[in-house]
Design a protein around this ligand. Structure first.
Ligand SMILES: [Zn+2]
Length: 94
């Protein structure tokens, strides 16, 4: 199963809008009309999600029980970097 399929199967009102593009109901806000775009890039190795209602990508992912790894293959460094952008940085303990 591709990364996009993993995400799309958890979304509602999914509609294909292009060769590697879909639109679906955003799970992170009360979305009356589908406003979450899902785009597959790099031959399916990466997926971009964008809520036109303004939800953050991580909010959307957490609403469907996923995290950044659903969008693209991450190394530990990449994941830490992404989370660092969202959450308050913890002070170094070492
Ligand atoms: Zn949204």
């Amino acid at each position: 199963m591709s990364k996009a399929e993993t995400i799309l199967e958890r979304l509602e009102m999914v509609r294909k809008t292009g060769s590697s593009k879909w639109i679906a109901r955003c799970p992170a806000h009360d979305d009356g009309t589908p406003s979450l775009s899902v785009t597959e890039i790099e031959g399916g190795n990466r997926v971009l999600i964008h809520c036109h209602g303004g939800c953050g990508a991580l909010d959307v992912l957490e609403s469907i029980g996923l995290d950044w790894s659903a969008l693209y293959q991450t190394t530990k460094t990449d994941t830490a970097h992404c989370i660092g952008l969202i959450k308050t940085k913890k002070p170094l303990t070492t």
